[in-house]
Design a protein around this ligand. Sequence first.
Ligand code: CA
Length: 234
Amino acid sequence: MSTPPRVLVVEDEIIISEILRDYLIADGFAADVINTGEGVVDFIRDEHPDLVLLDLMLPEVDGVRICREVRAFSDVPIIMVTAKIDEADCLIGLGVGADDYVCKPVKPKEVVARVKAILRRTAKLDFHAQTPQSALQIDDSECRARWHQQIIDLTPIEFRLLALFAKKIDRVYSRDTLMSAIYLDGRYVSDRTVDSHVKNLRRKLIAVTQLDNPIRPVYGMGYKLELNEKLNEK
Ligand code: CA
């Protein structure tokens, strides 16, 4: 399975940076966030992101300077995020080195669409594999689950639950099915015990995926795993 494209979001407005990160992750990207101009050039040099979303107005070091410095050593696609369209036209014209720009107020869906367009244009990335589903990887041999390469810290029971859910995303599993998957010795436990493991697993998944409800109860039936639901509006 190919690695998701990594996007670096450089944006000093925390809320905007979080929204962009969430939308990118929901679309199958990995995303890093830096909230100041400082350290951005070093990060790009060390971490080699696949694309940079770069706010023009930043504290410490502004976007234009960062762009110029990065261009000295890297062709990474850069999308400038700017408040004014004439400013953006000017930047492109001045040969600062940005590949594209988006204007504030930022529309996250538009930004994600631009990111995809630029990656298709500039890179050899196989974009078809980058679905939210492929972000979750279950490794049965190690009993480990990862979200965009990040290990999800689970108990053995939670791992077995997630492994079952992940076999068929969006399928509803009854509590009985879940119970037999998590207790290999066939012991009987109450529905409430199953519910409490599901609750803990959901909490851990939310923390890692930023999704708002990755394990959804289905009334009278059980639970299902959903990975591409709408994100929390922040
Ligand atoms: Ca700014």
